[in-house]
Design a binder for this molecule. Structure first.
Ligand code: ADP
Length: 765
């Protein structure tokens, strides 16, 4: 029987090894997830690739060039490299569809097929011009496939390097290191095979594939740094021991060689004994030195614990507790960011519990507060397991696959490495979130144990601070309520005063005309009885009665207006109104009073004003009221002035406004009264000192006039305010009431009518 070539055997066995990994994968993980499916395809392709090469290498198969085994090797590589690239994307958890990669892969495979089957009918030698020529075989079965392989593996390497640079968390970085190992072995394997060592190259390739499968299915990979550290210190100490041993041996040889009974064996044995005794302490010492030299300083757990408890036990302020606790931990563990959270239990819309985690302080960039639903695996873990949780676990382990998107994003955005729950009497009350260590080390088991103990120490302080915080919040609440109560009381007192004023004013105001009416009526009655009534007297008396009734009517009307303003039911009926005649009408009603008080009234600029769309009766009422007040509060012989000017004349009518001023030379208004005079029943000075006369100097009415004026102006979309240097009855500084009215009344909906719209439309065009 012919003997089989060892290379063939080797490659064949490698092909079978892929099948073994494949069956193990299927057994452990099924075929449901995408990374597994990809790996299975990858393994099947690799197996076929090896077996194909082995068969092609059998005697007689691989006759003429292009050799079949070479073709299988080169054509298989880009396919495998493309699959490896896709696997890399899964391992690095790169988001997005990555359609670009799929298209690139498909194009390359297409190009290889076109060339492989020579669909372009290329000649055996392809001339490029300039004397360059390439063999068709080399182009189709070496050049293009190897370039494809190079591009895909280059892509995978770039992605891996970028991810390593981007990701800070040590556990993730550790995983990437393993992937880089798999990537390196795969590239080395392919390169070795291409360089003519298919068996050796194949075994590297197999190693790379094995490493890749290991990384894909193992979450808790041994720490590369830790292993390097262990190896470093073991090698260093072994080297040191060898140096000591050799030196000792040479020295004893030199010193005791002339001593009778000396044998090198005995000397060697003695030295070995000394070394064994010394080796252990030396190894430990060397480890410490290596640790200190290459890695972050180590902390003393006992001391950290003591310092921590002593520092935080008396802190009552939540924010300070967070800052101090995280600060101490950051010093011990060499971390840059962290935060303390307080956990509040609440219920969501569906009555299930949610945990609100409020960040109360810490170090590094501020982190937002967040919420975890009771159904979330993260909350479940923190609530029940009483153990720290790493972000790496949340990111990768299947137990946390169902973490809701928002929670996952919140956790990832915080850039933390480990979460340590804090419990008080079995209840979850807080969370310490700590960022990655500055050294780049992961949190080792010993760190996590220390953190759990420290979290227990934090519980009492956190509980106290929480209670204190509650008390503080309550007291702020109570203070606020107190303020509200005081304001409400003040308002009540004001209302009560207003009511008293109203009764006082109403009785005072109503009594005068009533008394007059009664007086006239009594006289009329007496004269009729005594039959002494003459026509002129009767006329005079009924006129007196009429005046009283008129006054009563006015007062009741004003009260009615106020109530309508209060309930926003004041109806206005805006129509095109020329300004000057309207104001003239208001003045005409008061000429008698002006004459009586010997006052002069002048107007300015009213003729030039454009026609307005307003309720002319109501605006007339406004001017009537203001002029009446000016008459009342200006001494005899004073001057009253009414002016008006158009504002925003350059804009279209809807944007234009007219500012009116009613100014007098009266007693003026104090600064503190400028707002209040527009309130209901507000009158400056003592109530009973007011005269009820409509025109008498300082004779006030019921204190409702300006309230109605303001209500009417605002219903038209305008504004009213008063300017005055102050109240001075001696020097009479005067006051000026400013009224700003839109040329086209901006009537609120309740008051607008179709007429307004039509009138406005007419004005605008
Ligand atoms: P009344 O019905 O008493 O006139 P108003 O509401 O019209 O009430 O005015 C309220 C108060 O504002 C008046 O009592 C008066 O003290 C003050 N006041 C109004 N107009 C003037 C003015 N032109 N000059 C000085 N004080 C004024």
């Amino acid at each position: 029987m012919e003997s089989i070539n060892p290379t063939v055997l080797f490659i064949g066995v490698e092909g079978l090894a892929y099948l073994v990994i494949l069956s193990l994968t299927l057994k452990r993980r099924g075929f449901a997830e995408w990374p597994v499916r990809l790996l299975v395809i990858y393994l099947a392709t690799a197996s076929l690739w090896c077996v194909g090469q082995a068969i092609a290498r059998l005697d007689g198969v691989d006759a003429a060039p292009p050799h079949l085994s070479w073709t299988i090797l080169t054509l298989g590589l880009p396919v495998l490299a493309f699959l490896f690239l896709l696997l890399t994307r899964f391992v690095l958890r790169l988001e997005g569809e990555g359609w670009g990669w799929w298209i690139a892969g498909a194009l390359w495979l297409g190009a290889m097929a076109v060339l492989g089957f020579n669909l372009l009918h290329l000649p055996d030698t392809i001339e490029w011009g300039n004397g360059w020529a390439v063999q068709y075989d080399v182009l189709a079965f070496t050049f293009v496939p190897v370039l494809g392989w190079g591009s895909f593996m280059g892509g995978a390497t770039t992605l891996t390097l970028l991810a390593y640079r981007r990701i800070r968390q040590p556990l993730h970085r550790n995983r990437i290191k393993y992937w880089a190992l798999a990537l390196g072995a795969t590239i080395a394997g392919a390169a070795t095979a291409l360089l003519g060592q298919p068996a050796l190259g194949g075994s590297f390739y197999l190693l790379g594939t094995f490493a890749a499968a290991y990384v894909l299915f193992t979450y808790h990979l041994p720490d590369v740094r830790q292993m390097a550290r262990g190896l470093g210190s073991t090698l260093t100490s072994a080297l040191l021991a060898a140096v000591v041993y050799t030196t000792g041996f040479l020295l004893t040889l030199y010193a005791f060689q002339n001593v009778p009974g000396y044998t090198p064996l005995l000397a060697g044995l003695t030295l070995a004994l000394v070394l064994v005794l010394l080796f252990d302490p030396i190894l430990r010492r060397v480890r410490q030195v290596v640790d200190r030299l290459f890695f972050a300083r180590r902390y003393d757990s006992g001391q950290t614990l003591r310092e921590y408890s002593a520092s935080i036990s008396n802190i009552l302020d939540l924010e300070r507790l967070g800052t101090v606790a995280v600060g101490l931990l950051s010093e011990a563990l060499d971390i840059r960011n962290g935060s303390l959270f307080v956990v509040h239990y609440a219920q969501d819309d569906e009555d299930s519990i949610v945990f609100h985690l409020r960040s109360v302080g810490g170090m590094g960039p501020e982190v937002p507060s967040g919420r975890l639903s009771a159904a979330s695996p993260v909350a479940d873990y923190l609530l029940r397991r009483h153990r720290p949780l790493t972000q790496y676990d949340v990111d990768l382990t299947p137990a946390f696959q169902d973490v809701p998107k928002a929670e996952r994003k919140w956790l990832q955005d915080m850039d933390m490495d480990v979460y340590v729950p804090i419990y008080a009497q079995g209840e979850w009350i807080g969370l310490l979130a700590l960022g990655p260590k500055a050294s780049g080390d992961r949190y080792f088991e010993s760190d996590l144990e220390l953190l759990s103990t420290l979290a227990d120490q934090t519980a009492v302080a956190l509980e106290n601070a929480r209670l204190f915080d509650d008390v503080k919040a309550r007291s702020v609440e109570i203070e606020l309520l107190n303020d509200e109560l005081t304001t409400a009381n003040r308002e009540l007192a004001r209302l009560d005063q207003a009511k008293t004023d109203f009764i006082g004013v109403a009785s005072h105001e109503l009594r005068t005309p009533l008394t007059n009416i009664r007086g006239y009526n009594d006289i009329l009655h007496g004269m009729i009885e005594s039959d002494s009534l003459q026509k002129e007297t009767a006329l005079e008396l009924t006129q007196g009665v009429g005046k009283g009734v008129q006054r009563l009517h006015e007062i009741v009307n004003t009260m009615f207006d106020v109530s309508r303003i209060d309930t926003a039911t004041l109806d206005i009926n805006p129509l095109p109104t020329p300004v000057a005649p309207m104001i003239k009408a208001a003045i005409n009603g008061l000429t008698e009073a002006l004459a009586e008080r010997k006052q002069r009234l002048t107007t300015e600029g009213l003729e030039e004003l454009p026609t307005m769309i307003v309720d002319n009766k109501r605006i007339e009422q406004v001017f009537n009221e203001l002029i009446q007040n000016a008459i009342k509060f200006t001494p005899d012989g004073g001057h009253i002035w009414i002016g008006g000017r158009l504002l925003n004349a350059e804009l279209p009518p809807p944007e234009q406004e007219i500012e009116f001023i009613v100014a007098d030379e009266g007693i003026g208004i104090a600064v503190e009264d400028k707002e209040r005079i527009f309130q209901k029943f507000y009158r400056v000075g003592e109530l009973m000192l007011h005269s009820t006369s409509k025109t008498k100097f300082k004779g006030a009415g019921p204190g409702l006039g300006l309230t109605v004026v303001k209500g009417i102006v605002e219903t038209h979309g305008g504004r009213i305010w008063v300017e005055s240097p102050g109240h001075d009855e001696e020097n009479c500084p005067g006051s000026a009431f400013h009224i700003l009215l839109p040329v086209l009344a901006r009537v609120s909906k309740t008051c607008s009518s179709e007429g307004v719209a039509a009138a406005r439309a007419g004005m605008e065009h």
